[in-house]
Design a protein around this ligand. Sequence first.
Ligand code: AMP
Length: 205
Amino acid sequence: MLGIVGAGKGTQAKKLSGHIGVPHISTGDIFREAVKNRTELGLKAQKIMDGGGLVPDDIVIEIVKERLAESDIAGGYIFDGFPRTINQAEKFDRIDDIDRVYYISIPEEESVQRLKGRRLCSLCRRQYNVYLNKDINGKCPECGGKLIARPDDKEETVIVRIKNYIKETKPLINYYKNQNKLIKIDGNRTIEEVFNSIIDRLPGS
Ligand code: AMP
């Protein structure tokens, strides 16, 4: 899944993972877990993430390799938030083959707006948006956990993340277009509509 922050990569990757039964691999989730567990990686990543920067490519490639050493990926996997730089993509091309890249496209102004409203359940990690789920009241409707904003969703951090996306990640659109792997999906629609477009463009459909 490729797209600007807030495009809905995580939401769609999770839904697709349930639909086709292959794991969803989010490098952001791996880093957040490491931060929570205060591992060496977590301590390194936290400062970078909180400032809206990108974790160095070599570290990212190492954690991706570690994740792909697990047995559950035998039937395939869905990346969300990786690769994020041309260097990561080139390095990954030497590790495995990406079949398709779903580029979820939304306007940049929409990205800022969505992240302002994003909330995460502190217990089950489900994600909500206060603009879309108007009746949530600081509590997760699924498990009752407290809803929190991600520390890197602060407006000033979001601006840095968007700048980094434009400079480092956006070039991947052409990179994968040139490899004939890119499928552009209009992300400025409901979650279900976006998901249906992805399903319609799965291999074999
Ligand atoms: P995400 O949940 O995908 O928005 O990722 C949260 C943060 O984790 C990013 O803002 C980066 O600081 C870091 N991160 C996640 N994936 C990568 C990646 N592939 N390359 C570099 N940094 C990453």
